[in-house]
Design a protein around this ligand. Structure first.
Ligand code: ZN
Length: 176
């Protein structure tokens, strides 16, 4: 079950993932079960109720589990592109993000990973790392625009009677 805004779990920074711990393994298993690469590009563990620093992302043809991902380099050059989120179903906004990033993380066994990404993949990594820090994409918008997105979100929630967190309803692009 995907937690949706304004669930407070989305606002609490997650805690460091210890690769061998049952807590981390539980989060990984849950992410693998819930994540559908056909309808989304990424998912953070706190979005499904596990407050640990684990995310699952689709990079190219691969689905990767990342433990403790952190940005070690970001380009000054920004790119603006539309962004949606499984935790804010039904809305999206144009969000500026660094165009290129270098991310360090660990894999499921705790081995070091070094990822270089640009464009949509850089955006995806930044979006998921933000989730693990309790940050949502709307936080990057100017106040007036954020209010407008949240107003639309409120309407979507009211109108689509059984508020489902089912991803991808009528969306042009996979949410992050
Ligand atoms: Zn998201």
């Amino acid at each position: 079950m995907i937690k949706t805004y304004p669930d407070p779990i989305l606002r609490r920074p997650t805690k460091r993932a210890d690769p061998g711990s049952p807590e981390t393994q539980g989060a990984i298993a849950a992410l693998r079960e819930v994540f559908d690469p056909e309808t989304a590009l990424g998912l953070a563990a706190n979005q499904i109720g596990h407050p640990v620093r684990v995310a699952i992302v689709r990079l190219g043809e691969e689905t990767k589990v990342l433990l403790n991902p952190e940005v070690v380099e970001r380009s000054e050059e920004l790119e603006v592109d539309s962004e949606g989120c499984l935790s804010l179903p039904g809305v999206e906004a144009e969000v500026p993000r660094p165009k290129r990033v270098v991310v360090r993380a660990q894999d499921e066994e705790g081995r070091e990973l070094h990822l270089e990404a640009e464009g949509l993949e850089a955006r995806l990594l930044l979006h998921e790392i933000d989730h693990l820090d309790g940050i949502l994409y709307i936080d990057h918008l100017p106040a007036a625009e954020r209010r407008e997105v949240l107003r639309k979100y409120g309407e979507v929630r009211k109108s689509s009677a059984p508020v489902s967190s089912s991803p991808g309803q009528g969306r042009s692009r996979s949410p992050l």
